[in-house]
Design a binder for this molecule. Sequence first.
Ligand SMILES: Cc1cc2nc3c(=O)[nH]c(=O)nc-3n(C[C@H](O)[C@H](O)[C@H](O)COP(=O)(O)OP(=O)(O)OC[C@H]3O[C@@H](n4cnc5c(N)ncnc54)[C@H](O)[C@@H]3O)c2cc1C
Length: 296
Amino acid sequence: MLWPTNCVRQREPLADHTSFRIGGPAEHFAEPSTLEELIGVLREARSRRLPVCVVGGGTNTLAPDRGICGLVVHLGRGFRTIQDVSESDSPMVRVRCGAALLTQRLVYLAAKHGWGELEALAGLPGWVGGAVSMNAQEIGRFVQEVHLVRFDGTQRLLMREQLAFSYRDAALEPGIISHVVLQFPKVAPEEAYERIRRALQYRNSSQEVRLPSAGCAFKNPPGVPAGRLIDQLGLKGARIGDAQISQRHANFIVNVGHATCDDVLSLMEYVQHRVREASGVCLEPELRMIGQRWTA
Ligand SMILES: Cc1cc2nc3c(=O)[nH]c(=O)nc-3n(C[C@H](O)[C@H](O)[C@H](O)COP(=O)(O)OP(=O)(O)OC[C@H]3O[C@@H](n4cnc5c(N)ncnc54)[C@H](O)[C@@H]3O)c2cc1C
């Protein structure tokens, strides 16, 4: 099947694009580098009636072992931009970021130039578009604008008042974030640097950062961390296939070898069952399954 642009590859292994290192092939895998290319690919997919999904840094994503039918969009280099669009004399900094900008690049620039309150994002893997889509670390509080390209190729600009961020959700209509405008208070660079340094130190000492994972498997239910509920049942180290509950952080599932998506899903179902049985709490997945709906 020929595409009007050479940014589309066939049968691209998704395991190469997820931090879990799990996932079969994407039937069509597009890495558009410009807005025009992105829109062209989406229009073509629509005319062929292909289902479309999007993966960013792949650090919160579980991809099916058998792969994904249709088109997977993975924004290319042209979306790794960052531009200062601050108004002069404003106490706030405004930046326009491409959705494929590494979140850690943003944090690096914050430490360098004195952009405040970004310590919550220190060490957060993945891309800015994925973080906004997930409202990771409540990044939504900085978001002023979201530029969205719907799956039919039409564009929409969403202003702050039109956005409704909540815990690990941006409630956006289906589509691809191409750019966002973020705003932070200006602070002294030494202060920003020191806060970020401390936050990184804490993250590295408390989270699972050595083995492949996709961060927390479950959302925290009201009032109690999911990790505590899992830990209280002595489930650290529990394993199905090569998917294991991290010894370090009970809400992380790690890939200790050649884990499959099915291994991870089975382990998640087991944990959900044990927690529901012990405390009546229904743990909801935080990981996003792309290409199909959660059935667990
Ligand atoms: C070691 C580790 C630690 C982590 N710690 C944290 C943490 O402390 N706090 C936290 O909140 N998360 C954490 N995470 C999860 C993850 O890093 C964040 O959610 C991250 O912001 C996701 O970004 P991503 O680009 O990797 O998204 P992806 O995994 O690629 O995508 C996540 C979701 O967003 C969608 N998406 C991605 N890009 C776009 C786009 N451009 N437009 C529209 N939708 C899009 C995807 O379809 C998917 O549904 C951690 C993960 C790891 C591996």
